[in-house]
Write a protein that binds this ligand. Structure first.
Ligand code: G6P
Length: 363
């Protein structure tokens, strides 16, 4: 096992550090760097969906929530994102030309598979976004797109989400281009931004890890955390909270920062810290004012921000900027490393957390 870990203390850490390669592998053969074009041959035979339902669990569900923004903005496809265990017991209104996109690292999650089967029974086309080749979801989908992240051993999912986000980005670009609703400059900027990501991340990860270590140690005695974000950073906030719960057993809630005032802010006191995603995107000033509300209640704040921010909080953790929504690819590993370092410092079993399974094949 030590050899399989490639010198890293845990599989989770190794898999976090594999993300630059994962992004590269996901794009290989799918992006033409010279012509600045994106193609997903798996989708060529299908019409662009009129409406998409994304069905998934856990981290894959968060990737779906993240991808919705791009599919709506770039491909102008209405997207409904659902937790599979809810979707399967509702009576979802599905039109014959809707498409279901099931996202699953393992391809074996029982609730996600059940959602897929409901769609197929109703004659709705299913696209599977899977990591494990030949898995049940891959076999039963009408069309399968593989995420090429390589085997993920750590129970807490990390690189799989990065790969799902990469493919969702490519899907939004490919469908947007085919529909003719994607502006040329967006495609050019996205492709240029994507080409830079693996190198940026590779350079940044060691520094990110030492920052995560120092902050996680200072805050590891907290009993509860908020993770806040807006827009595309909201699903990342949910994922940050999920990671912390899963491996460090510290209670954490992911929240849309604009929703804090509707109740959760009552919980804020000096012992209840907030981890905020305050990247320099179109919602930065809104997040900033949400954080001022937290500070006014004496809440401590760690903020993940880009250079040039004007926040005045307890800890600002600066990560490099990437073009537009691609900034998420640099924020995600910071969240993963924060949880990893907190759990490791607290002496938890990082790769095999209590009560959790890598793949939940029973209901
Ligand atoms: C389990 C794992 C999670 C994962 C979820 C969905 O709960 O512990 O890390 O996100 O299943 O798994 P899937 O394989 O369908 O992506």
């Amino acid at each position: 096992q030590a050899a399989q870990k490639g010198g890293y203390k845990h599989f989770m850490l190794k898999e976090i550090f594999e993300q630059p390669r994962v992004i590269t592998d996901c794009m290989t053969g799918r992006v033409d760097w010279q012509r600045k074009e994106v193609s997903l041959p798996e989708l060529d035979a299908l019409p662009v969906p009129r409406r998409l339902h994304i069905v998934a669990c856990g981290t894959s569900y968060h990737a779906g929530m993240w991808g919705r923004h791009l599919l709506e903005n770039w491909a102008q496809i209405p997207v409904n994102v659902e937790i599979a265990s809810e979707f399967r017991y509702r009576n979802p209104i599905l039109d014959p030309d809707d498409v279901i996109l099931v996202i699953s690292q393992s391809g074996e999650t029982a609730d996600t598979l059940a959602g897929l089967r409901i769609a197929r029974e109703r004659g709705i086309r299913v696209i599977g976004l899977c990591n494990v080749v030949g898995s049940s979801i891959a076999r039963e989908s009408d069309t399968v797109i593989y995420t090429q992240a390589g085997p993920e051993i750590s129970v807490a999912s990390t690189k799989a989400m990065c790969s799902q986000m990469t493919v969702l980005t490519l899907m939004a670009l490919a469908w947007g281009k085919r529909k003719g609703c994607l502006a040329d400059d967006i495609l050019q900027n996205a492709v240029t931004g994507l080409s830079k990501l693996p190198g940026q991340l590779e350079m940044e990860l060691p520094r990110m890890r030492s920052e995560a270590q120092s902050i996680a140690r200072q805050y590891s005695s907290a009993r509860s955390f908020f993770f806040l974000g807006r827009g595309q950073c909201y699903p990342l906030a949910l994922e940050g909270a999920l990671k912390l719960k899963e491996i460090s057993y510290i209670h954490a809630e992911g929240y849309a920062s604009g929703e804090m005032k509707h109740g959760p802010i009552a919980l804020i006191d000096p012992a209840f810290p907030t981890f905020a995603l305050a990247l320099s995107d179109g919602l930065y000033s809104k997040v900033k004012s949400n954080l001022e509300e937290v500070q006014a209640r004496s809440g401590k704040i760690i903020a993940l921000a880009n250079p040039g921010h004007d926040l005045n909080v307890d800890h600002t953790w600066i990560i490099p900027e990437a073009w537009g929504p691609l900034g998420s690819f640099l924020a995600l590993p910071a969240l993963q490393l924060f949880s990893y370092e907190a759990a490791d410092y607290l002496g938890k079993d990082v790769d095999q957390p209590r009560n959790l399974a890598k793949s939940v094949t029973v209901e």
